[in-house]
Write a protein that binds this ligand. Structure first.
Ligand code: 6PG
Length: 241
C-alpha cells in the first residue's frame, strides 16, 4: 500500500485537488486498460467534486460509474447517492446509460439487492467465483463516527470478508455497501474529508492502535494507492507520517 496524506488549506482547495487527481487517475486507467471503473462516495463532501467533473472533457464512453454504497431508497429520493451524483454530474454529460451501474434498492429484502449487485459486478468484471475486481478508483468519505461507505461501527457488515457487497446498517436503516475486502482490492482509494467534526475520528483512524470495529475506516488498507485528502479543519493536528 502506498499512503499519501495531503492537508489542503480549505474545502475549495480540497475539491480542486481531488478533481486533478481523479481526472489524472481516469486518464491513466483509460490509457492503460482502455476504460476506467470508478465507485462514487455518497454524502455531501464529494458533491462539488462531481459538479466540477461535469465541466471536464473526458471520454465518458470509456468511464464506468459505480457506487461504494447506497441508501435503501429510490433514486429520486433526496437521500439517494445515485440521485445526487446524477444531478451533480452524470446527467449533465454524455455517459452511455449502460456505463452507469447503480446499486439496486427496489427489492423488499436489501440482501437480495446486495446479491443482485454482486452478480452484476461479477458479470461486468468477468470474475471467477470468489474473485475480487480491482476498481481503478474508489472514492470514500468518513462519518464523524469513523464509518466509511456504509460500513458502520459494530455492524455485521464489518465481518463480511468473502463477498463483494453486503447489507449495511445505519441505526436500523438498511444500506447496500461494498465490503472492506472489495474496497481493499482497488488500484486507488481516495478519502475526501472536510470539516472539524471529522477530527476526532481521523485521530483514531490514523492512530497506531485503535479498535477497527469502532472506527471501520481503519479497515481500508488497499493493495494500491491510499489517498487521504483533508481540509485544514479536518486534518490539522494530524500526525501525517
Ligand atoms: C453515505 C456515504 C458515507 C459518507 C460519510 C461522509 O452514503 O453517506 O457513503 O460514507 O461518505 O457519511 O458524509 P459527508 O461527506 O456528508 O460528511
Amino acid at each position: 500500500m502506498n499512503k499519501i496524506v495531503e492537508v489542503l488549506p480549505d474545502k475549495e482547495a480540497l475539491i480542486q485537488r481531488s478533481l486533478v487527481i481523479v481526472v489524472e487517475q481516469m486518464q491513466a486507467a483509460i490509457a492503460t486498460r482502455g476504460l476506467c471503473t470508478i465507485a462514487l462516495a455518497g454524502g455531501s463532501t464529494p458533491k462539488p467534486l462531481y459538479e466540477r467533473l461535469a465541466t471536464q472533457t473526458l471520454p465518458w464512453d470509456k468511464i464506468h460509474i459505480f457506487w461504494g454504497d447506497e441508501r435503501y431508497v429510490p433514486p429520486d429520493h433526496p437521500d439517494s447517492n445515485e440521485g445526487m451524483a446524477r444531478h451533480a454530474w452524470l446527467d449533465k454529460v454524455a455517459f452511455p446509460p449502460e456505463n452507469i451501474h447503480p446499486m439496486p434498492t427496489a427489492h423488499a429484502d436489501p440482501a437480495v439487492s446486495a446479491n443482485q449487485h454482486e452478480a452484476e459486478l461479477q458479470q461486468f468484471f468477468q470474475l471467477q467465483p470468489g474473485a475480487f475486481p480491482s476498481f481503478d478508483i474508489i472514492l470514500l468519505g468518513i462519518g464523524d463516527d469513523g464509518h466509511t461507505a456504509s460500513l458502520f461501527p459494530h455492524t455485521e457488515a464489518l465481518q463480511v470478508r468473502d463477498r463483494l457487497t453486503t447489507v449495511g446498517n445505519k441505526d436500523g436503516q438498511a444500506r447496500i455497501t461494498f465490503t472492506a475486502s472489495l474496497i481493499n482490492h482497488a488500484r486507488a482509494v481516495l478519502f475526501l474529508v472536510a470539516g472539524a467534526s471529522k477530527r476526532p475520528a481521523l485521530a483514531q483512524i490514523f492512530a497506531d492502535v485503535a479498535d477497527n470495529m469502532t472506527y471501520p475506516a481503519r479497515l481500508i488498507q488497499p493493495e494500491g494507492e491510499l489517498w487521504w485528502l483533508l481540509d485544514q479543519a479536518a486534518g490539522q493536528e494530524l500526525e501525517t507520517r
